[in-house]
Design a protein around this ligand. Structure first.
Ligand code: ZN
Length: 111
């Protein structure tokens, strides 16, 4: 088993689970009911987690999650390096401030 996603928003985790399931990936959600009586438990024990049963599905699962995660979620907090002039950019820039080349797709999207 491999953990592929976790978030305090259980509806989000559930949504990802149903997407993975509908793509033929067997999943398991941990801590689904963790929010009830969470008082005594350490932080990490109660965050809903999405696991995949077959490690061989990991690449595919990450791809799907990435796809779901990117569009609405503009914060993508990774710095990037301009493919044209190799200048390092803050995550906030969508274009290179130096040569105005467009930001390349996030790493891992072609894997
Ligand atoms: Zn540039």
């Amino acid at each position: 088993m491999k953990k592929v996603f976790e978030d305090f928003d259980i509806t989000l985790v559930g949504h990802y689970q149903s997407v993975l399931e509908s793509n033929g990936i067997a999943t398991y959600m941990k801590n689904q009911f963790g929010t009830s009586g969470a008082g005594e438990l350490p932080f990490v024990e109660v965050i809903p987690q999405l696991w995949i049963l077959n490690d061989s599905d990991a690449g595919r699962a990450h791809e799907l999650i990435e796809e779901l995660h990117e569009p609405g979620n503009k914060d993508s907090s990774r710095a990037w390096v301009c493919p044209k002039c190799a200048t390092e950019m803050e995550a906030a820039f969508t274009h290179c401030w130096k040569c105005s080349a467009a930001r390349p797709p996030p790493p891992g999207s072609e894997k």
